[in-house]
Design a binder for this molecule. Structure first.
Ligand code: FAD
Length: 568
């Protein structure tokens, strides 16, 4: 008779790998399935920020922080908390981080300064509530390094070099400051050494460090990792989940299955059903996140929880074809919109939003106005100082981006308007008014630079307003922005222990969901940095705790065949 395993985890992002590592650390026999040829999902290409109220890195302030986060979420997300899931997140985020740091290779450091996205609301934090993974040496993965999904090329210049959050400012200033240039030179020298032996840099930061650290943990904890093996069906008997079909065979499970397939960013039918029409075309999430977890669970009677405009975590993106023919989707999250010398307009040539608000709010403004696209505009001085989308401030090769048809350039604002198909008079009036305000440092129309989050994304060295400068130095440039998602927030209805619920609200025995397969506790809001990965790790931890309490050891039907180990 084939041997059953305790737990099968489906999906290898932060949620899946954390659940698998924690379960294996408790001595359970765990199989992790990943349908693509690489591990890490969207997590591996993300910023790796983790919102964890009350985390131990806050020291004596930890308990106060949980209470503050509770008030803050009450305001941003809304008062009711069906099933106590939000409260469960608040109560367990810190223990989850502590367990991961104690039982796995995951290590975090606080991001001392990174404001929540509505920093003037009661309970908002200006930093410390959010953590980032400690940089990780990818060489520790040995041959498995090749299995870790690489970050998107636009974020890794010089042939696969990752740049830490804290180093970004040095790269921007390298041509203007000797100390910054010295730091950049050291980073480049290290990268050159790493490239002698590896196809990309091995000093990993951000989401790649998070995924890399979890992968190392899975290897150390003897998790049976099977890449290129997607789950295709859940098997139920006697009122509970009994196994999963993958690669044409069935893997029997004793305790349960954790769905962590990353949500439905690339499932056309669910996008059509749940996302606002202008935002259905593009996603910045990984193509493997194609609704499998939700479909598998729905076939077993699971319910889906959704909320219209709030069915996804939004970001504006731009798009172009890379030299190798692949399609690039560039998320304009934090690098350009709030910088001095930029503004965004609609197809009428008018500003429609405070450009420095969070990426989620920026797109919500587009969706409210039913906009399928917008234009982000800057002048030459701004591009050279801060970069623009994927175009770096130094070594940027501006002409290449223009030839590609990605960047539109013109010697004056009227010509730029004509090139974009906008009315020159309307765009001219918008830019004149914006410039007048920018010189005074006060955005009368939208209040840009009006709070700590916006100023954090601006340029602290720029005065009087870190987010405002006139567009005055030709040529002028524009990129087309589209509303898109960086993950979906509608998902499977679950309870406070990550158990998947059926349409009557009862748990489906042995079935768990975490990450973007689970309906987000943020319920369509985006309160701060790391609010998808924080809950992903927390509910992975809660699923693991619940799995430890599952005690159903059943005889495996003899016709079930347990496949041999995967490629790892
Ligand atoms: C550019 C960018 C930056 C971001 N930065 C942050 C940030 O700093 N902080 C934050 O909180 N969020 C961030 N996000 C969002 C965050 O990355 C995602 O919400 C999160 O990674 C989702 O994690 P997950 O584990 O649910 O799914 P994923 O990490 O996407 O992993 C899901 C995996 O499941 C696999 N899979 C799917 N179906 C099957 C199947 N049938 N069988 C087996 N495997 C399957 C997929 O191939 C994939 O590898 C960012 C997103 C983007 C795009």
């Amino acid at each position: 008779m084939p041997e059953a395993v305790d737990v099968v985890v489906i999906g290898s992002g932060a949620a899946g790998m954390a659940a698998a590592a924690l379960a294996a650390a408790e001595g359970l026999a765990v199989v992790l399935l990943e349908k693509t040829e690489a591990l890490g999902g969207t997590t591996a290409t993300s910023g790796g920020m983790v919102w964890a109220p009350g985390n131990a890195h806050l020291g004596a302030d930890a308990a106060k922080d949980v209470a503050a986060a509770r008030s803050y979420l009450d305001r941003v997300v809304g008062g009711d908390d069906p099933g106590g899931r939000r409260e469960s997140f608040l109560a367990h985020a810190a223990p989850a981080i502590a367990a991961l740091e104690a039982r796995t290779e995951l290590r975090f450091q606080p991001v001392a300064r990174y404001p929540d996205y509505y920093p003037d609301l009661p309970g908002a934090a200006l930093g410390g509530r959010v953590l980032e993974p400690v940089p990780f040496d990818g060489r520790l993965l040995g041959r498995h390094f090749a299995l870790l999904r690489a970050p998107i090329p636009e974020f890794t210049p010089f042939g696969g070099m990752m740049i830490a959050r804290a180093d970004l400012v040095h790269f921007r200033r390298a041509m203007r400051s000797l100390p910054a240039m010295a730091i950049v030179a050291r980073r480049l020298a290290r990268h050159a050494r790493e490239r002698l032996r590896h196809p990309r840099g091995t000093t990993l930061v951000l989401g790649n460090a998070l995924a890399g650290r979890l992968l190392l943990s899975l290897m150390q904890l003897n998790v049976d990792i099977r890449v290129g093996m997607g789950a295709t069906r859940l098997i139920f008997a006697e009122g509970r989940v009994r196994g999963v079909e993958a690669g044409g065979t069935v893997i029997p499970v004793r305790r349960g299955i954790v769905l962590a397939c990353g949500g439905f960013s690339h499932d056309p039918a669910l996008r059509e059903a749940l996302l606002a029409a202008p935002a259905r075309r593009f996603s910045a999430a990984f193509a493997g996140d194609s609704g499998d977890g939700i479909r598998l669970a729905r076939a077993a009677g699971a319910a889906i929880a959704a909320r219209g405009e709030g069915a996804a975590f939004w970001t504006p993106v731009s798009s172009f074809t890379r030299d190798d023919g692949s399609l690039a989707i560039f998320p304009h999250t934090v690098t350009d919109r709030a910088k001095p010398g930029t503004l965004a307009v609609d197809e009428g040539g008018r500003r429609f939003v405070n450009e420095a608000l969070s990426y989620h709010e920026f797109v919500r403004a587009m969706l409210r106005a039913k906009m399928a696209r917008a234009f982000l505009i800057c002048d030459h001085a701004s591009l050279r100082r801060y970069g623009f989308g994927p175009i770096a401030p130094i070594f940027s090769g501006i002409r290449r981006w223009i030839r590609r048809g990605y960047l539109v350039s013109a010697p004056d604002i009227a010509a730029l308007a004509r090139a974009l198909g906008l009315a020159p008079a309307a765009l001219g009036a918008t830019v004149s008014r914006f410039n007048e305000d920018a010189r005074r440092g006060e955005d009368r129309e939208f209040g840009r630079g009006g709070d700590a989050y916006q100023r954090h994304l601006g340029d602290p060295a720029h005065h009087p307003n870190p987010c405002l400068a006139p567009l005055a130095t030709p040529p002028f440039y524009a990129i087309t922005l589209y509303p898109a998602d960086l993950g979906t927030s509608a998902g499977l209805a679950t309870d406070a222990r990550a158990r998947v619920l059926d349409s009557a609200g009862a748990p489906i025995r042995g079935l768990y969901a975490c990450g973007n397969d689970m309906a987000s506790v943020m319920d369509g809001a985006y309160p701060g940095p790391g609010i998808t990965l924080g809950p992903a790790l927390t509910f992975a931890y809660l699923a693991c705790r619940a799995l430890l309490q599952e005690d159903n050891f059943f005889p495996v039907p003899s016709e079930w065949h347990l496949p041999q180990g995967g490629k790892c």
